[in-house]
Write a protein that binds this ligand. Sequence first.
Ligand SMILES: [Zn+2]
Length: 97
Amino acid sequence: MRAYHIYPQFGDLEPDVAAFVYRSRKDRFYIIINARLNCEARLKVFFHEIYHVLEHMPQQAYILGMDMQRCEIEEEAEMFAKEVVAKYMEGRINYGV
Ligand SMILES: [Zn+2]
């Protein structure tokens, strides 16, 4: 992760914010995930934000909340996150991890 300058961490966020990403002046991306979320939800929001970092290279912060705007990039990020988590959960079942 550090090779891409992506720094995931958990934060004690308000319940209506699932996660957010921001880009520092040194071009580091910080993904802050709400520590209140369960394991599967944490993974999903993490991949959602990763998608923004990789595809949209945010100039401003992206905030993933329960009332998030339904614009095109949000839908793309959601699709990506759902696919990755579905594959991950499938793998866990297949390999019995
Ligand atoms: Zn988003």
